[in-house]
Design a binder for this molecule. Structure first.
Ligand SMILES: [Zn+2]
Length: 360
């Protein structure tokens, strides 16, 4: 598989082109992240101090970045925070332990806000997907998560009279800490014109549903999907509560994050995860598997490519890490799918059918 000579994105990446030196269009157009600085951040958060009962909320998923954000809010910004975890039902047990340990060591209050927008639809989505595998539809496994997160955060803010939420944001691999959005939308869009983004994605989904109408046969899924679209494209969190992205102000530094959360907060990677990234949701590993097997790359390729462009890792180092991080435990997949009465071999035979249609 052909890869960019600077980063590690392959030719299967949606919309990618290469110049005559083999450098990809994303590397060519990349502008290094500029941070607003800690002073500016302090200016923003100073306005929140003396909030009653809290200065602000920290959205704590239990992943490595949000755990670091909680630490930074307490120890560097000296904020009186409420940590809130939105529970979609797929948080690994180790991450629940990490969350408990983090809030205890930081001495902060913590609340879970659970939603059930996802757990009733996974089986239906997987069955529909296996009927006719399509890379663009892998993102459907997250249907309902944005709805649950946004509505949960707003509810938590209102109930606790909080006006601002501190999160990671400003992720080096994409806007708003959601690197997948870049390629998942690219897989679905019918047009590369950014002004037509919502329309183009909507039409892309309609084409997929026309090809595989089985998805829409489940009323619960269809209504969840409709709400998810409304939340993704019409709901604005900033109309309800002020979002602050820590990594728009200070440099995202993987080594420092890992050293702080492991050394000071007792954070541990769940055993089935090769990478410490995105440890907060089990669906993530299933999606990574489906992406790897259909388009030959995963979100790890994007993260590591972003780190190369920011001079945080060499291309050689990234390739070694990719080999390690893209391994996904078959036992984990079998156990996870087993809860939905799906066997891993059924998924694999669907993937083989897909690969045959692509090569033949
Ligand atoms: Zn590149």
């Amino acid at each position: 598989m052909k890869r960019c000579s600077k980063c590690i994105l392959p030719e299967t990446y949606p919309g990618i082109t290469f110049n005559h030196q083999g450098v990809c269009s994303l590397c060519e157009n990349y502008m290094k992240t500029e941070y607003q600085g800690k002073e500016e951040l302090l200016r923003v958060v100073d306005k929140l101090r003396n909030g009653d009962p809290y200065d602000c909320m920290v959205a704590l998923s239990g992943g490595r970045d949000s755990t670091f954000v909680a630490y930074y809010a307490v120890n560097e910004l000296k904020l009186n925070v409420l940590a809130v975890t939105i529970d979609n039902g797929f948080i690994p047990q180790q991450v629940r332990k990490n969350i408990k340990c983090t809030v205890e060591r930081l001495g902060i209050d913590h609340q879970y806000f659970a939603h059930d927008h996802m757990k009733h639809t996974v089986k239906h989505i997987m069955r529909s997907w296996m009927h006719s595998p399509s890379p663009g539809m892998i993102s459907l496994l997250c249907t309902g998560c944005t709805t649950g997160i946004m509505s949960g955060l707003v509810k938590a803010a209102q109930e606790n009279k909080i006006s601002a939420i501190l999160g990671g944001g400003g992720d080096i691999v994409g806007s708003g800490g959601e690197p997948e959005a870049s390629f998942a939308e690219g897989l679905m869009s019918l047009s590369a014109n950014p002004r037509l983004r919502s329309l183009s994605i909507g039409l892309g989904f309609m084409r997929e549903f026309f090809r595989n109408p089985r998805y829409l046969s489940n009323l619960r899924f269809s209504t969840t999907l409709l709400r998810e679209f409304l939340y993704r494209f019409a709901f604005k969190l900033e109309n309800h509560v002020q979002p602050i992205g820590l990594f728009e102000y200070i440099r995202w530094d993987e080594d420092e994050i890992m050293s702080v959360i492991q050394g000071k907060l007792g954070w541990k990677k769940p055993k089935d995860w090769q990478s410490s990234w995105r440890a907060d949701c089990k669906i993530h590993l299933l999606k990574e598997y489906l992406y790897r097997e259909t388009i030959g790359f995963t979100k790890n390729n994007e993260l590591l490519s972003g780190m190369i462009r920011e001079d945080m890792i060499t291309r050689e180092g990234a390739l070694v890490r990719l080999e390690h991080d893209n391994k996904i435990s078959s036992q984990f997949l079998a156990d996870f799918l087993g809860q939905y009465e799906i066997e891993l071999c059924e998924v694999d035979s669907a993937l083989n059918r897909y690969k045959k249609t692509m090569t033949g």
